[in-house]
Ligand binder design. Structure first.
Ligand SMILES: [Zn+2]
Length: 103
């Protein structure tokens, strides 16, 4: 995420608990969660609010962002070929033998 996107994430966090946010706080969040995708981080904050009354920490956001990514992968459908176990899609073997394709 960019610094501007991090400000949006922290603004959403602030909406949930009215915490004090200044430039230093945003820089600290950016240092810790800046590697995350911004949309994942926003979804991770929402997930925390839906599941917990605990004071939201940066580690919550990082942990939930992993779950957000995993859920998206599951929702987007099968990852492996149905015909050839453990061949990720698009399947190389189905390209070699197109008659085997069965989705
Ligand atoms: Zn296949």
């Amino acid at each position: 995420m960019t610094l501007d996107e991090c400000k949006q994430v922290v603004a959403k966090v602030q909406l949930g608990d009215n915490r004090q946010v200044d430039r230093l706080v945003i820089m600290e969040w950016f240092d810790t969660i800046g590697h995350l995708n911004a949309a994942d981080a926003i979804a991770a904050v929402k997930m925390h609010r839906q599941e917990s009354t605990d004071y939201l920490q940066m580690a919550h956001v990082i942990r939930n962002a992993v779950r957000v990514r995993a859920k998206r992968a599951i929702d987007s459908g099968p990852v492996y070929c149905r015909t050839h176990d453990f061949y990720p899609l698009p399947c190389d073997r189905c390209k070699e033998y197109p008659e085997e394709v069965s989705f």
